[in-house]
Design a protein around this ligand. Structure first.
Ligand code: MG
Ligand code: ZN
Length: 394
């Protein structure tokens, strides 16, 4: 029987043959598990950094644990955005002084890479300010943005831009915004900028003087082009924004607006943090309907970000939570489309928190690691670590 010429060609040894890096990795991954002793404990290794993103979008669902995600998935017919992520890991959310973190210490671990005490934003355990990933991105010439469905001075966004020992120092946190070059921010809490009790400063006027377009109302929120030469501050409410159940629905549009704005605002890429703030509040009030409605609002937003990242190919998307809230579970009697939720606490819990990643360098986010590792991996992905090493060598 005559062999097909292409089979012969394949069998012919080629002295110039080189195995590609990728094929070696594939061979190693097949061979190594077979060699490993079954007595050894598995150790999660961070995958090598293979690609470098231009942009990072960090999505934080405050208080979002595995049951909150399960509740979303079993509540709707459409596949959730969570199922589109190829890489999943877990982080250990505990803070410096408590196994149960709060949102301030939880977000500071992401923003600064340090475990700090509960209630602190942007400070280390010795109450000294730490450079945040947002401030560092500014130093490297990237554009930066923060979006929240709480007030913009609330703990999670605050940890990326402010340095205060108490998360409730809202006016001091608002003033810290003026010390940065943040390009885009959107959320509630305008009163901490223009109706201040601690001083008579009008931070809205100060923002305008610092080249910001300032917008006040999202009822007329129509995606449009803004002057990319100016920064953008968008206050959706004077106080905290309302819940998704009560009609708040700006998050997905805000994400689209920010992505478009930041892409056109500079050439070196951007860092954007988007928080679904009120999943946590649903957990605190042991309200499963609120938890799931906030999760659905977040899911729509994540889909917008993934669409963008798929189209562009240069954007690393990281999706995680600071901690779980409520000890939420899906109780017996739950059905598809009708979740019967149960709670074990009206506070936070210490369960491991899932991390989802998509895009260049996503592989580095697999495994189980400290919450501070997310900061380290973002710096690696954006090349800050390499740049720092080069700077020290010169
Ligand atoms: Mg929060
Ligand atoms: Zn909370």
């Amino acid at each position: 029987m005559e062999q097909h010429p292409s089979c012969l060609a394949m069998k012919k040894p080629n002295p110039n043959r080189r195995y590609s890096f990728k094929s070696i990795l594939i061979i190693l991954s097949l061979v190594l598990p077979a060699c490993k002793s079954t007595k050894e404990l598995p150790v999660a290794q961070t995958a090598p950094l293979l690609e470098k993103p231009k942009n990072i979008v960090l999505l934080i669902g405050d208080g979002m644990g595995l049951s909150q995600i399960s509740g979303l998935i079993y509540s709707q017919k459409d596949a959730s955005s969570f199922e589109a992520f190829p890489v999943i890991g877990f982080h250990k959310s505990y803070s410096y002084d408590d196994l149960i973190t709060d949102s301030a210490a939880g977000a500071t671990a992401f923003s600064c890479g340090v475990k700090t005490f509960n209630n602190a934003v942007g400070l280390n355990k010795d109450t000294l300010p730490e450079l945040t990933i947002l401030e560092e991105a500014e130093q490297y010439g990237l554009s930066t943005g923060l979006i929240a469905t709480s007030s913009i001075v609330h703990a999670t966004p605050a940890a990326f831009i402010a340095h205060q020992p108490m998360r409730t120092m809202y006016e001091a946190i608002a003033a810290d915004f003026l010390k940065t070059e943040i390009d885009f921010f959107l959320g509630g809490g305008e009163e901490y900028f223009n109706n201040r009790k601690t001083d008579k400063r009008d931070l809205i006027q100060e923002l305008k003087a610092k080249n910001y377009n300032v917008l006040h109302d999202y009822s007329d929120f129509v995606p449009k082009k803004f002057n990319p030469e100016k920064n953008l501050a968008f206050f959706t409410e004077s106080k905290h924004p309302t819940s998704a159940i009560a009609g708040r629905n700006y998050l997905a549009n805000a994400a689209s607006l920010a992505l478009d704005f930041l892409e056109n605002h500079g050439e070196k890429g951007f860092f954007l943090m988007i928080e679904a703030s009120q999943i946590d509040w649903g957990g605190h009030s042991n309200d499963e309907t609120m938890v799931i409605r906030e999760m659905q609002d977040f899911d729509r937003t994540i889909k917008r970000v993934l669409e963008y990242a798929r189209k562009k190919g240069d954007t690393l998307v990281i999706l995680t939570a600071d901690h779980e809230t409520g000890g939420f579970s899906l109780q017996p009697g739950s059905k598809f489309g009708n979740i019967k939720g149960g709670f074990t606490t009206n506070g936070h819990t210490a369960s491991l928190v899932p991390v989802f990643a998509f895009g260049p360098a996503a592989k580095t986010f697999s495994g189980i690691y400290e919450n501070t590792n997310i900061h380290k991996l973002m710096r690696l992905a954006l090349g800050f670590v390499q740049a720092e090493t080069e700077k020290n060598q010169n």
